[in-house]
Design a binder for this molecule. Structure first.
Ligand code: NAP
Length: 464
């Protein structure tokens, strides 16, 4: 197969499923590949592109969202097309993509959440933090959710950056959020919030927090918010002290926590309490609603591999609360007909090449990138080297002469297929119309944008 740059028509046809950071960085790495000319179609189930940059990054973290400028440049490349509002497995399936493309890359992220596995998890008022995030970011699937903010205490379980995000949003002055692109419904609800104290629970110690320095430090800068850290929690056992010494992030986190612990007593305003060595064991309810969380104090035990594991001490306490946000990690979900590792919740792969089951043979023509490849870890930029690795595997397949020949590679065939099914797909130019509409409404209010949160309304504005 000839896939040389400089030939009249690009000859390697690639479908990327998922228009988040992993999908865009994959497209970028493909476009940069020397000697290979390809045309790339990026599919997303939502009309809007950017994945977690739009639906996950906190509204008060506008600078992180600037990466969309790069994604826009990639989407504007003549050999890149965007097909939004196309659901894989519903509007188009695996066999069809393989019929139309030499290679398919799954970059669908991790669309569900991990569970705590404790009684009471299903009570009203107990939610995955990922849903709270999607709600305040205006994800259409979560726009009609409601979160009970009428109780004075809310609890966030977990010590990662998502826990920090949701805790920060709960305690931040709504006037500060009002100049961001937070969804209007969330801003309204947060304006009426009665929450005065947010407790963030880490099952392990401060040396094992998964949050990063900038995010932790930011908590100490929130106006009108008192961050409470118990100095006794910062006295480390020898193994944790040694672990922290080996990690610059942990060392700096501990410095920040010591500074926070040394601050004076709370004035008026909201409190954010960081508690460590505490595991939720049961969510208690009244009439089906959350009323409290039962917590067990933990101690740390060093495993043979040097990992510091938490272990219950048998000492329990109860914290009243009306809202429990479980922020213990995202979880990948299977894609119809695509191999899946249901223990690790990802698509089994070898450096980006899909395997037919864990440990199984490599499947020609199918690749993965991002969280569905490696699990839900790392920041947006982590997806760049991850995509470069996947694209290297894709190019190896091509240069090794192993690329499949799809039955119907004509770029117009996919359009004809979607149209024959009446799929209301949107192009990047359509998205630009919505982008312009949202930013124009944002300009009127001194905000980056005002998000449209219903798919039908989005399509209407896009003229589809
Ligand atoms: P994460 O970093 O993996 O943190 C998950 C947290 O949940 C950990 O503290 C973990 O504790 C805890 N946990 C897991 N199971 C638990 C259980 N059964 N009981 C109590 N606690 C439990 O995941 P994340 O916060 O969802 O973030 C996902 C990725 O997105 C991360 O890489 C994160 O850095 C990134 N992110 C970045 C930003 C940013 O850059 N601003 C913002 C949001 C997210 P253990 O450590 O004990 O397992």
């Amino acid at each position: 197969m000839s896939i040389r740059r400089g030939t009249e028509e690009p000859s390697l046809r690639v479908a990327v499923v998922g228009a988040g950071p992993a999908g865009f960085f994959t497209a970028d790495a493909l476009l940069r590949a020397p000697d290979v000319a390809c045309s790339i179609d990026v599919f997303d189930r939502l009309p809007t592109p950017y994945g977690l940059v739009r639906e996950g990054v906190a509204p008060d973290h506008a600078s992180i969202k600037k990466v969309t400028t790069k994604f826009d440049r990639i989407a504007a490349e003549p050999n890149v097309r965007y097909f939004g509002n196309v659901t894989f497995g519903l509007d188009i399936n695996r066999a069809e993509l393989l019929r139309h493309y030499h290679q398919v890359v799954y970059a669908t992220g991790a669309q569900s959440d991990r569970r705590l596995g404790i009684p009471g998890e299903e009570l009203d008022g107990s939610h995955p933090a990922t849903e709270f995030v999607a709600w305040y970011n205006g994800h259409p699937d979560f726009a009609d959710r409601s979160f009970d903010l009428s109780h004075e205490r809310a609890i966030v379980v977990g010590n990662g950056n998502v826990a920090v995000d949701v805790a920060r949003i709960l305690v931040t002055d709504p006037d500060v959020l009002a100049v961001t692109d937070i969804a209007d419904h969330a801003l309204d609800a947060l304006r009426g919030s009665q929450v005065q104290e947010v407790v963030m629970l880490g099952r392990r110690g401060p040396a094992q927090g998964k949050f990063t320095n900038v995010e932790l430090k930011e908590l100490g800068r929130l106006s009108g918010v008192h961050v409470v850290v118990d100095e006794a929690d910062l006295e480390l056992d020898p193994a944790s002290a040694a672990e922290a010494e080996r990690s610059r992030v942990a060392t700096r986190n501990l410095e920040i926590l010591r500074e926070l612990a040394g601050r004076g007593p709370a004035g008026s305003g909201r409190s954010l309490v960081l508690r460590f060595l505490a595991s939720p064991v049961e969510i208690l309810g009244n009439d089906g609603r959350v009323r409290a969380l039962r917590v067990e104090r933990n101690r740390l035990v060093e495993t043979a591999g040097g990992y510091m594991r938490s272990e219950g001490s048998g000492e329990f306490s109860t914290l009243d609360a009306g809202l429990v946000l479980r922020s213990v990690g995202y979880r990948g979900v299977p894609l119809p007909e695509v191999p899946f590792d249901s223990d690790r919740h990802l698509i089994p792969n070898e450096a980006g090449r899909v395997r037919d089951g864990p440990g199984g043979p490599v499947v020609p023509g199918e690749f993965v990138a991002g969280w569905i490849k490696r699990g839900p870890s790392g920041v947006i930029g982590t997806n760049k080297p991850d995509a470069v690795e996947t694209v290297a595997a894709m190019l190896d397949e091509v240069t090794g002469g192993d690329a499949r020949e799809p039955a119907s590679p004509d770029p117009s065939a996919i359009v004809a297929l979607l149209e024959s099914r009446g799929v209301r797909y949107v192009t990047f130019d359509d998205w630009r119309k919505l982008d312009e509409f949202e930013t124009m409404r944002g300009d009127e209010q001194g905000r980056p944008r005002v998000k449209i949160v219903q798919v039908e309304r989005m399509l209407e504005i896009m003229g589809r």
